[in-house]
Design a binder for this molecule. Structure first.
Ligand SMILES: NC(=O)c1ccc[n+]([C@@H]2O[C@H](COP(=O)([O-])OP(=O)(O)OC[C@H]3O[C@@H](n4cnc5c(N)ncnc54)[C@H](OP(=O)(O)O)[C@@H]3O)[C@@H](O)[C@H]2O)c1
Length: 283
């Protein structure tokens, strides 16, 4: 069984390793404030880079600002092939409280702040974190398109969108990625995975480990993991890598040990039969 390609050309010009890192979990509880141990958070980021991760997902709202600042502190100056994907368009009212703001003036301010925090002159992938129901999509994306023309954004992506919204967005500006919730047993966005694959757009599944639930031993996943001498989390990530060549899993962790374990998923070549068994699991 072939492992398939472990890399993907994002937007046609950025060669990245498909198994990336989600930097939401390096903040405080509720994705709010500073982490309890900043040095440990930076150690996770540095270890990710050492292990060859060159696709890191973050957002200005993680902390807020904390995740982006830690990435800038830990990894700048970046290696030439490092791609930082950030997002704007969500605001925070407190721990676990999120609300959208897709107004042009807000997106401009957010983008400038992300550039400063990440110590970048251009964001390789800037994702509209949520479509704001109060603002026409054309206005939000029109602003991101302007920022792209100004050289501040290389590529534009979306988050939590359906097929109609993707098509609507593509009338405004080229879209290179969609980030929706997806993992073994979480089938809501199957048709979006297929649509992305058909167009060679990256599909970035958030909650690839179902927020940690898919790392807990038990059931079918556990039996299959034992067969491959792997952890259940590794099997969950290997399944995503096999599901489609456009899938870029971004497991999040605050711990070096978990990061190292997660990266081991790349070495697991699931059989077609095990893949199918896992595909039929219910969330
Ligand atoms: N676009 C959006 O709206 C959106 C929403 C949510 C997330 N995201 C992005 O998606 C990324 C991934 O999502 P996520 O981090 O929320 O969820 P996840 O990757 O599904 O799971 C992360 C959780 O699993 C635990 N974990 C990770 N590896 C583990 C391991 N090997 N063993 C045991 N536990 C492990 C982590 O705890 P420890 O810290 O203890 O390892 C953490 O609590 C985020 O980091 C963020 O970049 C985007």
């Amino acid at each position: 069984m072939s492992l398939g390609s472990l890399t993907f050309r994002l937007g046609g010009d950025l060669e990245i390793r498909r198994l990336g890192f989600g930097a939401m979990r390096i903040t405080g509880d509720g994705i709010w404030g500073e982490p309890s141990d900043r040095e440990q958070a930076k150690a996770v980021l540095r270890r990710a880079a050492e292990l060859g991760v060159n696709f890191i997902d973050t957002a200005d709202s993680y902390g807020p600002d904390v995740s982006e600042c830690l990435i800038g502190e830990a990894l700048h100056p970046y290696s030439d092939d490092m791609v930082i994907a950030t997002k704007g368009g969500l605001l925070r009212g407190g721990p676990n409280i999120w609300y959208s703001n897709g107004r042009p003036e807000h997106l401009r301010i957010s983008l400038e702040k992300s550039l400063r925090q990440l110590k970048l002159e251009r964001i390789d992938l800037y994702q509209l974190h949520r479509i704001d129901a109060q603002v026409p999509l054309e206005e939000s994306l029109g602003t991101l398109s302007d920022l792209r023309n100004e050289g501040k954004i290389r590529h534009i992506g979306l988050s939590e969108v359906n097929n109609e919204q993707l098509a609507q967005a593509q009338k405004v500006v080229p879209i290179v990625s969609v980030q929706n919730r997806y993992s073994i047993g979480d089938h809501e966005w199957e048709s979006m995975v297929d649509a992305c694959e058909a167009q060679n757009i990256a599909f970035i599944p958030w909650f690839p480990l179902a927020a940690g639930k898919l790392t807990a031993p038990g059931g079918t996943l556990d039996q299959i993991a034992k067969k491959y001498e792997a952890s259940v989390g590794q099997i969950a990530l290997a399944w995503l890598l096999k599901r489609s060549p456009v899938i870029l899993p971004i497991p999040g962790t605050s711990k070096v040990k978990h990061l190292e374990e997660n990266m081991g998923a790349e070495k697991i070549a699931l059989s077609d039969e095990d893949f199918q068994t896992l595909r039929e699991l219910q969330a």
